[in-house]
Design a protein around this ligand. Structure first.
Ligand code: EPU
Length: 336
């Protein structure tokens, strides 16, 4: 393994932002990772799939690119398998691998960018499923003590796009492998998310399988989310805000079409994409960056945009949403 100097991180972040890392090393095993940490005086900057970050400045540190590969599985009981993947495995390729083995549970999470090692950090979710629904455990290195720890589902304190790795333990651990508990038969299909039902119907599929659900999700995502290989982006830039029912009912007076999803007896979640669209930002372009034309929740880098400019746009959107609706929308993406 080689430590390189002054490396562009453009190929390593899905937003495609050009910033320079003072030092860069790609690690392909946990042993290599431990060895480098043991020889490193300063705290490294850990990079997984680079799919949930907006880089706004050069990184004056050693960037560790986690590139560990490997998938194993063992039977858990007569209906479940425990599948363990190394952190550097690409998430979507992992989903396809599982479908190939007829392992179910993550088909709704098809085509999400990023790597398996970073999936627990923000508890990735889409089309009615979150990682926590199938999560069994993960292994991580404590950066300061260089010791390995196993985290159970409870330890991870998962929430909507949240986990302990974004809160109390932020920046303290590097996830090295993740184990999921998937079904090996009697799959529990989750087709209730409206768009999936419509897509399956359009595909003329009346008895769906885990593979056809994956195909449907891929078709939906491709129809409204930009492909990071073509247009730089980090998926949803903001989280959907949760507000009190009373505030929502007040807002309905002026905005009778504002959608919501029930969270509890007293709270609802409002789609931030709707708020951003109704604030007039959808499809807005400022030179080489802007708001995606098909999904207002996604900010895009059309060509060599500057991360700081995108960050300024995000802050302006936040302020405008607060001014118009009195709702605070939080950024989902890590701004560095
Ligand atoms: N909407 C608009 N305009 C838009 C976008 C959305 O009006 O430009 C409204 C529509 O009413 C639509 C509703 O928002 O019915 C929900 O839209 P969508 O189904 O696209 O979902 P979302 O809430 O915008 C969330 C996740 C996505 C995930 C989808 C599907 C968050 C922050 N985002 O988006 O996750 O793919 O649901 O489950 O929760 C990601 O995290 O990167 C991501 C793409």
């Amino acid at each position: 393994m080689q430590i390189q100097e002054n490396i562009s991180l453009k190929p390593y972040n899905t937003f495609g932002i050009e910033v320079i890392a003072k030092q860069f090393a790609s690690v392909s095993s946990t042993a290599q990772l431990l060895s480098i940490l043991n020889n490193c005086n300063e705290k490294p900057f850990v990079l997984g799939g680079g799919s949930n970050m907006l880089l706004t400045q050069d990184i004056d540190a050693l960037v560790l690119h986690i590139n560990t590969k490997g998938i194993t599985f063992k039977h858990h009981d007569d209906k479940h398998v425990l599948v363990t993947a190394q952190a550097g495995e690409n998430w979507h390729e992992f989903v396809l691998w599982c479908l190939n083995q007829n392992f179910g549970g993550i088909e709704n999470l098809s085509l999400i960018p990023g790597n398996i090692g970073t999936a627990p950090i923000q508890n990735i979710g889409a089309y009615g499923v979150e990682l926590k629904d199938v999560f069994h455990s993960c292994q991580a290195i404590h950066i300061e003590s260089k010791s390995l720890k196993t985290f159970t589902k409870e330890d991870c304190k998962f929430g909507y796009r949240e986990s302990v790795f974004k809160q109390d333990l932020k920046g303290q651990y590097i996830i090295t492998e993740v184990t999921l508990c998937l079904t090996s038969n009697s799959h529990q299909l989750k087709t209730s998310y409206g768009a999936i039902t419509d897509q399956l119907e359009a595909m003329k599929i009346s008895t769906p399988t885990i593979s056809s659900i994956s195909d449907a999700v891929i078709a939906i995502r491709e129809s409204k989310l930009p492909d990071p290989k073509k247009i730089g982006n980090s998926g949803s830039f903001f989280k959907n805000p949760v507000i009190n029912k009373e505030q929502y009912e007040q807002l309905l007076i002026n905005f009778p079409n504002m959608p919501c999803y029930k969270v509890s007896q007293t709270q609802v979640k409002v789609p931030a994409g709707w708020l951003i669209e109704h604030a007039g930002f959808k499809g807005k372009t400022l030179g080489n960056y802007g708001v995606h034309k098909k999904q207002a929740l996604v900010l895009v880098n059309y060509d060599d945009a500057n991360g700081q400019d995108i960050f300024e746009l995000a802050k302006f959107i936040q302020k405008t949403i607060f001014r118009l609706f009195g709702i605070t929308i939080d950024m989902e993406v890590n701004v560095i």
